[in-house]
Design a protein around this ligand. Structure first.
Ligand code: GBH
Length: 461
């Protein structure tokens, strides 16, 4: 393996859970197979200009037909766990009513394959592919969507509860709400700040209702939610910069962590967005539902925010932060991935530490961490030393957090496969395994070998 210059070996706890993650719309393809109906991503990706190159998830990695080969790859890497999501429009094509057995059967086949391989399944119920029929009825700004989600969650759990121990309700409600309904970069592509804030509440409510549905069916289930979190720091100690950091930390982190773990919305964030929303969508009992105890919190980490006070320059029209479009996002000057995101492994340490220090204790898992780089196949080989270095440094940050007492129990690399990277289409590759989209050939990258060694040794060396 390449010399990263960091030669101290760090060993992980014996029961640390090692895995890799994917999401349904990003890998499955087969979008009309076996009764699946369109999701908001099928519709959005067809809008001109919405996705790079006009790419869609129509074929993606064709995982729907190639899941056996993909589970064999997981085995060859020694993965102990596999985090994937269930496509709601396969299970309930219109988002309501009876289950579509043919759609459920696909996931049964995947679960069988995983069981035979001894790989622990980690099921995410919602990774952004809302049935279009529910968007047509109003989408996440509509309270009924939360009720529909809980009903869907109960169906999936009833079918798979006997073989799935780990359940995640939502992946990254911030992204669903802010990119979907505020800046419109993701499906359904709406630009309605008030609706985005209502979506935050209804996503969290959906999480709470689904959690109680799962618990009533199986009190022993391990249930949680995954948030994208990013430690946020101010460019300087000047009060105006510190206030900018408070505002972005509020919108990016506390707006989700506080209701889930403390049972209330943060007053300062509610005040910051008061011109957009009066939060009248919060009904009696909602915060109790949302803050029902969870068994674990998933954290997806890619990069951090460094922000400075508004300086009078025009607000960013593409900002994902309602009522904070004027805050300036400045970097640290660190090297970037192909996404343009700065590489900040210490930010992962700070993010984990922030959650452990500020909130009641809950087991934590890094449910996604990884990087896109411009990979190339040369003589049948994909050598990706930048990604190896990214994993190496971020795993060391995880280890430092554990040593500092953070209850971090596992880590999932994003992603098992190169896949449909949302608005960026197939241009951006996050996989441990390269996918040639013309042939669907899979080629494990150097980083896959590296990660397999980490898992086998239970250390980064
Ligand atoms: C995850 O979202 C998704 O769960 C996954 O499906 C996706 O493929 C993966 O990440 C890679 O994108 O302010 O420009 O520095 C991550 C979403 C990424 C949102 C980092 C905030 C900060 C970008 N987050 N991003 S920037």
């Amino acid at each position: 393996r390449p010399d990263t210059g960091l030669e101290t070996a760090v060993r992980f706890p014996a029961d640390f859970l090692w895995g890799a993650a994917t999401a349904s719309y990003q890998i499955e393809g087969a979008v009309t197979a076996d009764g699946r109906s369109p999701s908001i991503w099928d519709v959005f990706s067809r809008q001109p200009g919405a996705v790079a190159n006009g790419d869609t998830g129509d074929e993606a990695c064709d995982h729907y037909h190639r899941y056996r080969e993909d589970v064999a790859i997981m085995s060859s890497l020694g993965l102990r766990s596999y985090r994937f999501s269930v496509a709601w429009p396969r299970v309930q094509p219109t988002g309501r009513g009876p289950a579509n057995q043919a759609g459920l059967d696909f996931y049964k086949r995947v679960l069988d394959e995983l069981q035979n391989a001894g790989i622990e399944p980690w099921v995410t119920l919602y990774h952004w592919d809302l049935p279009q029929a529910l968007e047509d009825a109003g989408g996440w700004p509509n309270r009924d969507t939360a009720e529909r989600f809980a009903e869907y969650a109960a169906i999936v759990h009833k079918e798979f509860g006997d073989r799935v121990r780990f359940w995640t309700t939502l992946n990254e409600p911030w992204v669903s709400a802010m990119l979907g309904y505020h800046n419109g970069v993701h499906a359904p592509g709406r630009r309605e700040p008030a609706a985005a804030l209502a979506s935050v509440h209804h996503l969290l409510l959906g999480h709470g209702l689904a959690t109680s549905a799962l618990r009533s069916q199986d009190p022993g289930a391990t249930v949680g939610i995954t948030l994208n979190l990013a430690a946020t720091s101010a460019a300087t100690d000047a009060p105006a910069d510190l206030d900018a950091a408070r505002r972005i930390d509020g919108l990016a982190n506390r707006l989700y962590l506080d209701p889930l773990l403390l049972g209330r919305y943060p007053d300062d964030v509610v005040a910051d967005v008061a011109a957009l929303s009066d939060f009248s969508f919060v009904e009696d009992g909602d915060l109790e539902t949302i803050s029902a105890p969870i068994d674990m919190l998933g954290i997806n980490y890619y990069t951090t925010n460094v922000v400075a006070a508004p300086d009078g320059s025009p607000p960013d029209p593409g900002s994902p932060h309602p009522a904070a479009e004027d805050v300036r996002h400045i970097g640290r000057g660190a090297p970037k991935t192909a996404m343009g995101w700065e590489i900040d492994p210490d930010g992962l340490y700070r993010t984990l530490k922030m959650v452990a220090d500020k909130y009641p204790a809950v087991p934590l898992y890094v449910t996604e961490n990884g990087a896109a780089f411009d990979d190339e196949v040369v003589d049948g080989v994909v050598d990706d030393p930048d990604r190896v270095a990214y994993f190496d440094s971020h795993l060391r940050a995880c280890h430092r957090a554990i040593a500092a007492g953070v209850p971090l129990r596992g880590y999932f690399a994003w992603s098992l496969l190169d896949n449909f990277e949302w608005a960026f289409g197939y241009d951006k590759r996050f996989g441990l395994v390269f996918v040639d989209y013309r042939t669907q050939r899979r080629i494990p990258k150097t980083s896959a070998r590296f990660y397999a060694d980490v898992i086998a040794r239970n250390e980064v060396w």
